[in-house]
Design a protein around this ligand. Structure first.
Ligand SMILES: C[S@@+](CC[C@H](N)C(=O)[O-])C[C@H]1O[C@@H](n2cnc3c(N)ncnc32)[C@H](O)[C@@H]1O
Ligand code: SF4
Ligand code: SF4
Length: 520
């Protein structure tokens, strides 16, 4: 590993100006750095073309993780070329492998850079809307620099239209910023769970630093210093940074508001606060000692509290290190090494571009439909907000059967429009066409704070049970655009409240009012 790269003063001054420039432009654009509230697009996750400086929009417009709008249309993939790690987190156990589980660090096969490149070309040819390649483990991209950068080099040469990303805990980051820039990696994710080493000592038992293991508060002090320095260095070069933070109730949940401020001031573009996943069978320290993850409501309250400070990502699916497909779907099983080696891969840039042009048309149609519907809400003034759950297979449409949904996307509706606020993963309710009581209960629990659930189709029995649970099952918008339909539903809802036909119920905004993190 190379030592720290000291920059000449003149270069530092120039780079600092570049970061200031970007932050200034972001602030000048409408919707940026404001409350990020409700339906108005704010930068980052909910941002649209008119909300961002053109050079930033160019970087995020078809990146499914950096643009909430894009995630309905574009796919990503991870290649598992980075097995080693240079730190230990109490929530991570990379030895655990389960093909049926989708969560970070889980992977079925580890790849060489050559295998990874063949896989990327195979996926890019089969899924032309795949625009982004990320290296996110199963260990740390920068604890395996040779494999990581070799993979990027090969992809840059063979598939130059694919955007490159990496995820790191940040310990080695300052040493590799130049190399990251050299391979045109213009999106980097750093996991920052604390800026206070005392908090860090409860999350990180050790780091491997300068050829030895460092433990306790000192380990977290070094880690935090390196993370923040790396973030600043990337921001100075205009490389977009997303910060991941794992929300661990009782350990760093309240502290993450401070982390949010610290990363915003150092130029982070997007903050992704993700829930801790911990189950005893995963064999992690937290899983084994009973540390719980946050509820969906707790997570949303913290994200809401931080949104005034900066752009929050709310559509992260906490993907496997070998995930393939749209966020929320996992097609990795179609691209095992065995299958890929048998594939005759023809990487055809022009047919990819032609397909993506069609995707772009569909996306523009979605945006226009939403805008039109939103205009019809102009002049309505009320504080009423409701949540609705949506079953979708992608494309920004309501196109999934209630019984087939593995997750529901949740939108918050207000007079400002429809805002994506998260997703709820559920067990498959319908197995082979038959509903199962327990599974339906699970679905109802997962979306119990929603006023309605939008589906393309639903059977009579679950419909009745949803109604009994106070959730309106809506299939009248089958195959329509999500946001347009949601706004239309909200308009009807308000009209019914006004006329006295229905009463705005407590459930509708229970989530929104809950939480210890609501900003003063
Ligand atoms: C598997 S890591 C790989 C990249 C890198 N090593 C890192 O930690 O940033 C990808 C992301 O998953 C998160 N992660 C890992 N295990 C998790 C868990 N049990 N619950 C929630 N997030 C987790 C990490 O914090 C990180 O943000
Ligand atoms: S840094 Fe990433 S890979 Fe390493 S232990 Fe933590 S979560 Fe796992
Ligand atoms: S883990 Fe989150 S940020 Fe990473 S690819 Fe999946 S959705 Fe995107």
């Amino acid at each position: 590993m190379e030592g720290l790269i000291e920059q000449p003063e003149a270069e530092t001054a120039e780079a600092t100006t570049a970061m200031d420039d970007i932050m200034q432009k972001m602030a000048e654009h409408k919707g940026c750095g404001t409350s990020g509230g409700s339906g108005k697009a704010s930068c980052g996750s909910g941002a649209g073309e008119t909300d961002l400086p053109p050079e930033i929009w160019e970087k995020v417009k078809n990146h499914p993780c950096y643009s909430e709008e894009a995630h309905h249309h574009y796919a990503r993939m991870h290649v598992a070329v980075a097995p080693a790690c240079n730190i230990q987190c109490n929530y991570c156990n990379r030895k655990y492998d389960c093909a049926n589980e989708s969560r970070p660090g889980v992977v079925s096969e580890r790849l060489t850079p050559e295998q990874a490149t063949k896989k990327v070309l195979a996926v890019a040819s089969t899924i032309p809307q795949m625009t982004v390649l990320g290296i996110a483990g199963p260990g740390d991209a920068l604890a395996n620099p040779a494999k990581t950068f070799k993979t990027f080099e090969m992809i840059m040469e063979t598939a130059p239209d694919i955007k490159l990303c990496l995820s790191t805990n940040g310990l080695a980051l300052p040493d590799y910023v130049d190399e990251i820039a050299k391979y045109n990696v213009d999106h980097v994710t750093i996991t920052i769970n604390m800026v206070d080493p005392e908090v860090g000592a409860k999350i990180y038992p050790w780091i491997f630093w300068e050829h030895k293991r460092v433990t306790g508060v000192e380990a977290s002090r070094i880690l935090s210093e390196r993370q923040l320095k790396g973030l600043e260095m990337l921001s100075e070069r205009g490389i977009l940074c997303k910060v991941n933070s794992v929300m661990i109730p009782g350990i760093n949940d309240e502290h993450l508001v401070e982390v949010n401020k610290a990363v915003k001031s150092r130029g982070a573009f997007l903050h992704n606060i993700m829930p801790l996943i911990s189950a005893p069978e995963h064999g992690t320290v937290f899983g084994l000692n009973g540390q719980r993850g946050p509820s969906a409501q707790e997570l949303k309250a913290l994200q809401d509290a931080c949104e005034g400070e900066m752009n929050m990502m709310r559509h992260c699916r906490q993907c496997r290190a070998d995930a393939v497909g749209l966020l929320g779907e996992d097609r990795s099983a179609e691209f095992t090494t065995e299958k890929i080696m048998e594939m005759d891969v023809q990487y055809d840039l022009s047919s990819r571009q032609a397909y993506q042009a069609k995707v772009e048309e569909e996306r523009q149609a979605t945006v226009s439909a939403k805008k039109e519907e939103l205009e019809s809400l102009a002049g309505e003034f009320t504080d009423i907000k409701i949540l609705v759950a949506v079953a979708t297979k992608g494309g920004g449409r309501i196109n999934e059967h209630f019984g087939h949904a593995k997750e529901f996307q949740v939108y918050e509706l207000s007079t400002e429009g429809a805002k994506f606020v998260g997703h709820r993963r559920v067990d498959l309710y319908c197995q082979g066409g038959y509903g199962e009581e327990d599974a339906l209960e699970t679905v109802i629990r997962a979306i119990q704070d929603c006023t309605a659930v939008f589906v393309s189709k639903i059977g009579g029995c679950p419909k009745n049970d949803l109604i009994k649970a106070g959730i309106d099952p809506v299939d009248q918008y089958a195959l329509e655009f999500i946001e347009k339909s949601a706004i239309a539903y909200f308009k009807d809802y308000l009209a019914k409240v006004k006329s006295g036909e229905i009463e705005h119920s407590e459930r509708a905004d229970a989530t929104i009012r809950q939480g210890a993190y609501i900003a003063a």
